[in-house]
Design a binder for this molecule. Sequence first.
Ligand code: MUC
Ligand code: MG
Length: 385
Amino acid sequence: MATIDAIDTWIVDVPTIRPHVLSMTSISRQSMVIVRVRCADGVSGLGEGTTIGGLAYGDESPESIKLTIDTYFAPLLVGADSAMPAALMTRLRQNVVGNHFAKNAVETALFDCVARRAGVPLSDLLGGRQHDRLPVLWTLASGDTAKDIAEAEAMIAARRHNVFKLKIGKRPLADDVAHAGAIKRALGAGASVRVDVNQAWDEQTARKGARMLGDAGIDLIEQPLPRADRAGMARLAASAPIAIMADEALRGTHDAFDLAAIRAGDAFSIKAAQAGGLIAAAKVAAIAEAAHIGLYGGTMLEGSVGTAAAAHLCSTFATLAWGTELFGPLLQTEEILATPLEYTDFALTVPKGPGLGIELDEDKVRHFRRDAPQRTVVMLNQAAR
Ligand code: MUC
Ligand code: MG
């Protein structure tokens, strides 16, 4: 039996390459909770819990993810057999309500342990990969149309991305449509442009917005309405001239089932953190497939650990109608892996090595850890000012 000896968690703050402007917040650094499950046989596994803008996006923050794992999960896991992720996740769910981001981080680390021990990639434990490379879009969210166009053109020239998502919903509808239309016109027919409203519209705005964005050549609108407005999403999906995607509304299998039953979207964004784990996310995807709803590999703007886990999961889907947005590590100024994930020719290569197929650069992690000695002093000095 490979007993769990310890669970380490660190908040790692890495600046972003530019401010990332969403309808509900703007971020200039990403705070990742990196989890390491250490086992008695010397095997250890990694996971990541990352949210967007502290508590602005969801109801878990980096601090709460760390606290939940340290205080509530660790006592339930240390001493248990690491080779049974499903049973351990049932134990966590029986004892802790919600906290999906924290649960996903730990489940990933458990799977990483099991797969490393078996010497197989994590995708093998999820059914086996059907793809080695996944198409990856880029999110333009500088808040400035000209900067966004320049950024997109550079991405196309570098053959890194040719599908773009725009974060809108903060400004009046006419301004957002003008912004999206200008970007679509500049990039032309060769680039797909989509928008993510992050729940900022009401139904009337969304109805009007769908028509105007459709006329401007935009392909899809992600989560235009508040997550609770399922009926509104269903009415919109039935009437909109372009595709509607559910994102924040999908907090696990029950949501997926209810949304699919009323077809409250043409596409589902599959996010392990939102679903509460890789297995839960695979079930969300299965529900979507059964309902003929297109799949999309979503991100919580995770760094390399969470992105690698999502890539393993997405590689097991037969089709990803809307590709993926697994670009999180590219938004950060620094990479915390010994060997970065490979982004070439508009796609991410799914790692092949055992487990997640990645190794941390321990020096980088030490440097960016929030509790690293030099950073604690800097933060205390800032607080004193
Ligand atoms: C979201 O809502 O999809 C994904 C890309 C991005 O810029 O923000 C996220 C979250
Ligand atoms: Mg979204």
